[in-house]
Design a protein around this ligand. Sequence first.
Ligand code: MCN
Length: 799
Amino acid sequence: MTTVENNAPAQEIGRDRRRKEDRRLITGRTRWTDNQVLTGLLHISIVRSPFAHAEIGSIDTSAAKQVPGVVAVYTASDIGADAVQLPCAWPITKDMKSPQRPALAGSRVNFAGEGVAVVVARTAAAAKDAAELVEVDYSELEPVLDMEEALKEGATLVHPELGTNENAQWVFDSGEAGSGGSAAEAIAAAEKADDQVVITRRFRQQRLVPVFMEPRSTVVDPTGEQLVMWSSTQVPHILKTMLALTLGLPEHKIRVIAPDVGGGFGGKIAVAPEEVVTLLVAQKLGKPVKWTETRSESLLTAHHGRDQIQDLTVAVTKDGVIKGLDVKLLADMGAYLGLVGPGVPILGAFMFNAIYKIPAYRFDCTNVFTTKTLTDAYRGAGRPEATFGIERMMDEVAVELGIEPMELRKRNWIKHEEFPYTTVSTLTYDTGNYEAATDQAMSMFDYDGLRREQEERRKRGDVKQLGIGISTFTEMCGLAPSRVLGSLDYGAGGWETASIRMLPTGKAEVVVGVSPHGQGHETAFSQIIADKLGIPFDDVEILHGDTQSSYRGLDTYGSRSLAVGGIAMVKAAEKVVEKAKPIAAHMLEASEDDIEFTAGKFSVKGTDKGVGIADVALAVFAAHDYPEGIEPDIDAHATFDPENFSYPHGTHLCAVEVDTETGFVQLHKYVCVDDVGTVINPLIVEGQIHGGLAQGIAQALFEDAPYDESGTLLSGTLVDYTLPSAADLINFDTANTSTPSTTNPLGVKGVGEAGTIASTPAVVNAVLDAVRQYGVKDIDMPTTPFRVWTAINSGKGTG
Ligand code: MCN
């Protein structure tokens, strides 16, 4: 891969630019939220419950108040934190049960780690020391830990006032929707037919923690005309509006700044209780206040991801053609509802049918409250879970029917000539070519060669057995379209905005509504603007993450920033050119109809007369001589709301070596070929895929956030939560095919979640492929050496 240095001439789109933001990000020259220093800044530490479920009796703050440097100690009611209702923006059904979620618990705690009091001090260290001295009198209640038990009659209730532990049930039935047949009928028919079988499997999605590099941090300054909040958030715009709605503050008096943010992976899509507590304390004292979490606090209280039980049933002909799919999910919400938590499993409803032509489909999801940390979006949100379910199932069907697993997939997938294709779950996939991506992946992987090697190792009875795993995937991303999200009862639209400010010297400031937390937006977006305005890459500045300069936006998640925000930029650039054209014509003393714009230059057709866009920007600034009836202004603003999602897809192939004596799984080879439509920056796309793969593989092999029987999180440190390092992974062989999206003018599809989605089932399928010969049927994730060893030795598996 070649890398060009900055300042090279256009064509920028498609070029491997090194990320211009990285110098500042990795050399400490940036300002993270925790680096904000304000005069008189106070620090807070939150006192957290060690119990999963308990009544709060008295709280004794006297010892904490004696610690030198402590300014105040507040319980929930002292600052009104118990009366707050933190928002959930995705009420998935009209009668969804929604408990009150306070910023600090007043009378009862519902998960270990929930805040009950806050210490304010002159230093962060004093606040932490004093927090340990706050005495809380708890009366323990029974924890609620198991989703199936929680739904039984007579179960202890997390929120007794709701009368149930069920948050909501959400059902899609293609028979009723008219997008396919009845899955129940297809399954009943298959049970009777000689040439069909019915296969049922249960899979578990363990709990994961979106471990971002920069822990969450918030600074609130209430001393100016506006209340200013800096926060390491993914959603500064949503946060601002939600703070106004939740706390009854005038929205125009709030400014939220997300400075450089060190990772989010969905974990910073929130209106966090700690953000609200920091604000309430700052308001109470009239002083700037900072909260920065410790790593353990982060693992315990920042929202978790996944945590589902999936029951899948397929009806399939004996030659491998799927006739019907029934999916029943239980999704653990934890103790409260996060910003979009209830909707996360529902996103999966549209993806269980994946790239396959499934004629009948039913999806039935029940969200359940337990006394655990709440769950919400984690990279892929709903789509990795669905992809795992269907891709594990495809392998199970292949084994049952004795059909080669890739061949089985081919018998069911949508062929490239069938696009656009409307699926059984009602989405219309605009473009894709599963055959092309798969052919390339198979040849890069040397699939046949590895199958031969696998056979030889089996025959020899090697200690290290080879397993080969396949996963294909597609995902709906680029969240938007507002109309579709609206039909899902999602509380916000899905549009995105961009403004271009042309400076007198011909440079462009581009203000965007999305904001990065590691995705390289400043580089990729500069490439787009450089091409569209025909100005040098280095002449573009991307401004983001401050609701004062970017007053309208819906932020970054769902791999939407390019496919939605990037298009708003293109539209704004087109408007700049449109506005500049009459002025250029005037400067060139030509008719506007005779002017054409190419590579940054307005020229008179058929002549060599022309002016650059920078000349027009200067003329507009000087504004001595411009056409009648035209404003001296070529700045532009645009909003884009696509009609459809974008649908990246790919084929991932994984080979693992399983040590049959120890159960240790070593990655042997990993190939993925992804189709993300037009690629703006191949280097960034590759980086996104690599990061996604690391997280998806980590779910398969390493990460887990389990609770003990008292409701205590067992992975509250990075010693216990097994985040993989580079040493645990291998070099990935990645490549792209491209079928440009027709839902946006750049033809792009999102990439931010792609790697995470397909990699988990590819790895688990590979592990099982290695050990099925010992009678193993399934192994729960993560497939740790202990689980693999136990499965091999019991011949049953742990699933
Ligand atoms: N890109 C491109 N060509 C394409 C698609 C994307 O050049 N065809 C570039 C984009 O210009 C952008 C990057 O790839 O610089 C990712 O783009 P996109 O797919 O639009 O995703 P978003 O920018 O909206 O990022 C969100 C996505 C999500 S949902 C999670 S979770 C995630 C992810 O991005 N969290 C991340 N990637 C992450 N990367 C880092 N380093 N840290 C996180 O927390």
